[in-house]
Design a protein around this ligand. Structure first.
Ligand code: ZN
Ligand code: ZN
Length: 360
């Protein structure tokens, strides 16, 4: 690895983030697996648990009996239908023969043979009566089938009602079951979230912060996204409420942090410049010099010179000059090296010209 300070800093930052993201990814996968498996810890309520099995059994057997009865009656019905066909054709034949006979009698026979007419008419009547009897039988059988079908329908209705009731009960049980599963998942995720928040507050300066950061990222992902597929209808309320509370807490924390930092800086600026100069760290000095700002109060130390002869609109910045002392807080910025007398930034440890120690 090349020892280039800026590059090194960037690379180490990148590696830290990479460590955090990889750890976070594995934690997310593991927790996702666990959240998924919670469902297997308990049996999901089944419909059979809520059905009145005895009731259903008797009614189903009743329906079976009735339908076999209907089947046998249907058989009978079809044989009656066949008989009726025969009887009908018998009657038709008899009628035809009677009509023919009457016709013949009109032309050749004596019209006074009333007895013969009566006898033949009676015979025809018998055929007719047989036909009517069978028709009646068919009607009564149809009635029987109708009433049996009605009975089946009623029993089916009862079964349906019973199933509806069982279904409703099971729905309630499933709602309760889902709530329980959701609470288990929540009880699993909430401590993770709290631990993540604790890590943010406590371990930001820790040597192993990238690892803690991985956990923090995971904890937030787990609560705000990992839990989403398992949320019940009101789960959104929980999610957003926790989000609002966390935003407020972090907001308050950040505002207070910034405030105390500013207060501290202000207090620091009140101490003497020599006191402050001692407190400036090399890396702060390095950054301050890069951005030409005072390492104590943070203000720009380059004074802009303006070309005053030009008009107001064309007032161009012509050049900047560097001041030896900060115009805002009085801190010494540049000083002469005691050995070689060349000008140096006062807060870096060695002279740029001769290399002797500046902090003698
Ligand atoms: Zn200053
Ligand atoms: Zn020098």
């Amino acid at each position: 690895m090349e020892f280039n300070n800026k590059k090194l800093e960037r690379t180490s930052k990148l590696i830290n983030y990479l460590i955090a993201i990889i750890l976070c990814g594995f934690l997310i996968s593991l927790s996702g697996k666990l959240l998924d498996d919670v469902d297997d810890w308990k049996e999901r309520p089944a419909l059979e648990e809520f059905q009145n099995k005895e009731f259903l059994k008797t009614n189903y057997s009743k329906i079976k009996k009735i339908s076999s009865k209907i089947d046998s009656i249907e058989e009978k019905k079809s044989s009656i239908k066949n008989t009726i066909k025969v009887v009908n054709s018998n009657y038709d034949n008899a009628k035809q023969s009677y009509d023919n006979w009457i016709e013949a009698r009109k032309t050749i026979g004596s019209p006074k043979e009333d007895k013969e007419v009566l006898k033949r008419a009676n015979e025809l009547d018998k055929y007719y009566k047989t036909q009517q009897d069978w028709e009646k039988e068919l009607t009564s059988i149809n009635e029987k089938i109708k009433s049996l079908t009605k009975k089946t329908y009623k029993i089916n209705n009862l079964i349906e009602q019973e199933n509806d009731r069982a279904y409703q009960e099971r729905e309630n049980a499933i709602r309760k079951y889902n709530l329980k599963i959701f609470l288990i998942r929540l009880l699993f995720i909430i401590p993770i979230l709290i631990l993540g928040i604790f890590f943010i507050i406590k371990y930001r300066k820790h040597k192993y912060w990238p690892l803690f950061l991985g956990f923090v990222l995971f904890s937030f992902y787990a609560f705000f996204f990992g839990l989403v597929p398992y949320l019940p209808s009101y789960g959104g309320y929980i999610k957003y409420t926790v989000g609002i509370i966390l935003s407020i807490l972090f907001g308050v924390y950040a505002i207070n942090k910034i405030r105390t930092f500013i207060e501290e800086k202000k207090r620091e600026l009140k101490t003497s410049t020599t006191e402050r100069a001692k407190k400036v760290k090399t890396e702060t000095a390095e950054k301050a010099l890069d951005n030409h700002m005072c390492p104590s109060c943070g203000k720009d130390f380059i004074v802009k010179k303006w070309d005053k002869s030009a008009g107001k609109k064309d007032k161009n910045e012509t050049y900047g000059i560097v001041t030896n002392f900060c115009r805002y807080c009085g801190l010494e910025l540049f000083k002469k090296c005691e050995s070689c007398n060349s000008e140096n930034f006062a807060h870096l440890p060695f002279c740029s010209n001769c290399g002797s120690n500046m902090n003698k």
